[in-house]
Design a protein around this ligand. Sequence first.
Ligand code: PEP
Ligand code: MN
Length: 338
Amino acid sequence: MIVVLKPNISRKDELAVLREIRKLGYKPHVMRGVARTVIGAIGDERKNRPLEPLATWPQVESVTPIQKRFKLVSREAHKTDSTITLPNGAVIGGKKVVIMAGPCSVESEKQLLTTAHAVAKAGATVLRGGAFKPRTSPYEFQGLGEKGLKMLAKARKETGLAVITELLSEQHAEMVAEYADILQIGARNAQNFQLLIAAAKTGKPVMLKRGLSMKVEEWLLAGEYVLANENPGLMFCERGIRTFETYTRNTLDLSTIPIIKKESHCPIVIDPSQGAGRSDLVFSLCKGAIAMGADALLIEVHPNPAEAWSDAAQQVSLEGFAQLMDELKPFIAAVGRG
Ligand code: PEP
Ligand code: MN
């Protein structure tokens, strides 16, 4: 249920509503907008007493049911776009398109710092880099772990970039959150609900990738785990799904941009690198994503892509990235998000 409060009511009147919601057996989630405060009241409506009588309270404007299975991530619960502000000032879901760039895996301090300086110079504001890597084969490079996280923190200090890195396992939630500004939940873990809860509980923003064969509703419901655990900093990331097509590594489903915008208030990030699995398609996919309203792009960049320890075929070079950023300018300007 959505309980909309009247504008400019006192804190005391708001607390009385929250108390009543709890008394009736629901968990209130407060969402403050510019004009109004909205409360998502989550609970089993078949078991609890009805919330509708709250509509007669003088400080309440309306009480309406949320029809969808996903509640707090839905547009019904929160009409305006949510924004996520990072410590370096970058805003995801705001006016500007945010560019997140960096290597698939952190390999060495030199590799990471070289990339970080280059992507910052070209206009990225977030550095990506995997320290814990979800590899299909156990014999492939698994990431540098905490050593890699320390390198990311050093790169942040030197460049002012914010850091996004993958959280692979619940047991590392606190540790990864110490170093990261955004926790990435990877495609292979998109429905690892305990991991999502652990990520949410760190309080850091969470970027939830779409699972390899995940339907949009399942993805939205997975995102619900983050908001339902008191973390408002959720963004979705489309990174391609598995189809019959093998020409590309995955099929990047750009239709999720308008779909997520319609169904949810949370920002949407596009990852053309895992999406195509080929560096030669990254430019076009970035342009398409911007034109369709993506809030951010997550792009794999490596100083020597051919020698990369993971995802060599899809990473763009430092020079390629600088050129890409130049080419994207008119597209960003065309959608008014420069
Ligand atoms: C990655 O970003 O390098 C990655 C492993 O992503 P995904 O979970 O989308 O495969
Ligand atoms: Mn990768």
